[in-house]
Design a protein around this ligand. Structure first.
Ligand code: RP5
Length: 160
């Protein structure tokens, strides 16, 4: 079955952060497709990717970028699909705030669901939750995922 979730990023250097989305989706039994698409270095590719994303079978796009991170917002403006933005603290970031604010502060009308700095794992989980609205088996796996997290905390023996 073709991947329903696309993970795109501005540079291959973002993969060290973005792979957490791929990994958690794999853990949840969800296939994803990852690709480098740069808003400023490959604008034509970004345009073509975003325009074809829905007809190509994607249902959610996760987009990560660092610095003046315009990839998530630009892609969101070109597709009706939900876009989840991941601010990346990259080598060209001042302190990460540049990327956070570039992705978070979308003007009203074109939303980008923004997760915390470098938190591609949450982007993967959120994308899975969107798919789970029409996939009961995935919804059950997400319930189990949360239950396992709760159990890990409840079973902690740490007591000082
Ligand atoms: C952004 O610039 C990318 O998303 C990356 O986070 C950052 C640095 O890119 P590289 O210089 O590592 O290619 O466009």
């Amino acid at each position: 079955m073709a991947a329903k979730i696309a993970i795109i990023m501005g540079s291959e250097s973002d993969w060290k952060v973005m792979q957490a989305a791929h990994e958690v989706l794999k853990e949840l039994g969800v296939e994803s497709h990852a690709e480098v698409v740069s808003a400023h270095r490959t604008p034509d590719k970004m345009f073509a990717f975003a325009k074809a994303a829905k007809s190509g079978g994607f249902q959610v796009i996760i987009a990560g970028a660092g610095g003046a991170a315009h990839l998530p917002g630009m892609v969101a403006s070109l597709t009706p699909l939900p876009v989840i933005g991941v601010p990346v603290k990259s080598s060209n970031s001042i302190d990460g705030w540049d990327s956070v604010l570039s992705i978070l502060q979308m003007p009203a009308g074109i939303p980008v669901a923004t997760v915390a700095l470098d938190n591609a794992k949450n982007a993967g989980i959120l994308a899975a939750q969107i798919l789970a609205l029409s996939d009961d088996a995935l919804a059950k796996r997400l319930d189990d995922f949360r239950a396992a997290q709760s159990a890990k905390v409840l079973n902690s023996k740490l007591s000082i």
